[in-house]
Design a binder for this molecule. Sequence first.
Ligand code: DQA
Length: 146
Amino acid sequence: MNILILNGPNLHVIGTREPKIYGSRSFDSFYQELSAGFQNIRFSYFQSNHEGELIDRLYQAQEEGIDGVVFNAGAYTHTSLALADAIRAVSIPVVEVHISNVASREEIRRTSLIASACVGSISGFGLFSYTLGCYALLDHINKQVE
Ligand code: DQA
């Protein structure tokens, strides 16, 4: 099983960026632990600050035979119809994740343009949202193949 962890803008500075909201652990350190914690799963990771690169990575994932994507689109969550279209266009299940509880923040963060294109959404559990996202994605994929 191949899982892609996909991170959008400003998520490369998790650990130093607004630590009261996003915590003080770097994503790289978390990713090492996450990818070591699931047996028989091959992880890949991609982060970009550019909308088009995230779209390209989704299409590339399909070509590579990636089985599922755990996606934190950052602020593009709230603005990007193009990302929502790309998620719909690929036939790979995508789980939306957020570190912070977007429902409890500013009004604009309560809207996700990508949520309806995803299998489901997990928000508010810090970096553990990604771990939960992986569990949810694997459960979804396993149910699809049953
Ligand atoms: C975020 C929430 C977004 O609103 C914000 O723009 C981010 C991070 C989160 O993980 O909590 O960049 O996606």
